[in-house]
Ligand binder design. Structure first.
Ligand code: PLP
Length: 459
């Protein structure tokens, strides 16, 4: 897609750096770190992006886990433009054709075709919506005192005040008391399993922590349980099928709403449109965002199965009194429709499966490096490489390791965009990636690790 934006160069680049240093409040980035060295990007095509200085790099993180269809799709830009020309947003309490058609498309792709879709602006709002929906569903169905939500430590469910209390990330800012009723259990970790034994048995034991928490907290007070099918925040540990199957059983046994937070995994990332389909599991509510528009516009959704959604049919008492002014913006809906057309035309979900397997196979050669402790993935185009000090004992690098300073620079020099690369290198490239481009990623990682080992004095 050719842009008509003027090219920026020379003095203007320096000026922009200075302005950004003074006025741009970056999201979750240390302000001192990027002052004067902020990466500014101007162009994108497929898996490739070009920074303002003309460096062409492969975006191995697909933006921030969202660039599923790749950069530079003219048909998505055109669809957004056409929607803007027709009507950018409808009068209050009404809908546009794009919003209605998108609800039909998402429910067609979702395993429960009777689903009803509540559109919002992003992942955090999708989680807020799902939790409120679950609580009201419970209240309307005889569990009026149910307000607790069980979630996993080290997960990430968003940056808003409620969703952040579900994640319990050590990296989150202290905000005082969490949402009343936020109850945390352990996460799944395939590399450092919390118990000894066969991985399937351990995974079921981990899932059983939800049951223990529900019982200890009084099942009548528990509204919902939430987990990501594969948690990127917790390090991309793919669970055995039995983990989510057990979550489903527990939710059914105690009449608790099972929310799958698919903000990263939704729309093809794991080789299925929706990740629990890999394990034959149907959650009650699914939250999605990122890949729904591949990042061309901000959009998220809470997808309610028919069973949940039907609770809200009726009079004033049943009405879901939840309103977000720009939730499901028609221009974003038009972008999503065009994006999902690309998915179907180019079989991006099949490509995620095929290229995900290929990437995982190719990554195995990184074990030639002493500092590679674990290569994880194998379920679509989501993978991680964990670096350790001592492979035999799985000893992590110290928390203050220089790795987080060294690695992003080394990767950038080898034309790879990463995100927060340190002892964990996460990979989430566009689903449109080719095998040559996968080879490029793996070679760049291989070279980077050779250089890193040499810099660290590891033989
Ligand atoms: C699993 C999960 N849930 C929720 C969110 C929040 O989404 P957003 O940043 O769009 O609000 C994220 C963001 O990365 C996420 O990974």
């Amino acid at each position: 897609m050719t842009s008509t934006l003027p090219t920026v160069s020379g003095e203007r680049i320096e000026e922009l750096q200075q302005i950004a240093g003074e006025h741009l409040f970056m999201h979750a980035v240390q302000t001192n770190d990027w002052r004067g060295s902020l990466k500014i990007f101007e162009k994108g095509e497929g898996v490739w992006v070009e920074d303002i200085e003309g460096n062409r790099l492969l975006d191995a993180m697909g933006g921030l886990w969202y660039k599923a269809a790749g950069y530079g799709r003219r048909e998505i830009a055109d669809a957004m433009y056409q929607q803007l020309l027709a009507i950018d947003s409808p009068p209050a309490g009404s809908a546009t054709v794009s919003q209605i058609e998108l609800s039909a498309k998402v429910s067609e792709l979702y395993p429960d075709h009777g689903a009803r879709i509540f559109f919002v602006s992003g992942g955090s709002e999708a989680v807020e919506t799902a939790v409120k929906m679950a609580k009201k569903h419970q209240a309307l169905n005889g569990k009026a005192g149910a307000f607790k939500v069980i979630s996993r430590r080290y997960s990430y469910h968003g940056g808003t005040a409620m969703s952040v209390s579900l994640g319990r990330s050590p990296a989150a800012d202290p905000m005082g008391p969490e949402m009343p009723g936020a109850v945390h259990v352990g996460n799944w970790n395939s590399y450092r399993m919390p118990y000894e034994g066969d991985p399937v048995d351990v995974a079921v034991r981990c899932a059983n922590e939800f049951e223990t928490a529900i019982v200890h907290n009084d099942p009548d007070t528990v509204a919902a349980m939430i987990a990501e099918p594969v948690s990127a925040a917790a390090g991309i540990h793919v669970p055995p099928a039995e983990y989510w199957q057990r979550l489903r059983e527990i939710a059914d046994k105690y009449n608790v709403v099972l929310i799958a937070d698919e903000v990263i995994t939704g729309f093809g990332r794991t080789g299925e449109y929706f990740a629990p389909s890999n394990w034959g599991v149907q959650p009650d509510i699914t939250t999605v965002a990122k890949a729904l528009t591949s990042g061309y516009a901000p959009l998220g959704a809470a997808i309610a199965t028919k069973r949940i959604a039907d609770s809200f049919i009726g009079g004033p008492k049943e009405t879901f009194r939840h309103l977000i002014t720009f939730g499901g913006h028609p221009v974003a809906a038009a972008a999503a429709l065009a994006n999902l057309e690309v998915f179907e035309r180019e079989d991006l979900v099949g490509n995620s499966r095929r290229m995900g397997n290929y990437l995982f196979d190719q990554l195995q050669r990184l074990y030639d490096h002493q500092i590679v402790g674990d290569v994880r993935g194998g379920l679509g185009l989501l993978a991680a490489v964990e670096l350790v000090q001592d492979r035999d004992n799985k000893t992590p690098f110290p928390a203050d390791a220089a790795l987080a300073k060294m690695l992003p620079k080394l990767l950038y020099e080898r034309k790879l965009v990463s995100f927060r690369a340190g002892d964990l290198i996460s990979l989430c490239p566009p689903l449109s990636i080719t095998s040559d481009e996968v080879d490029f990623i793996v070679s760049a990682l291989d070279d980077t690790l050779t250089q890193l080992e040499s810099d660290l004095g590891v033989s």
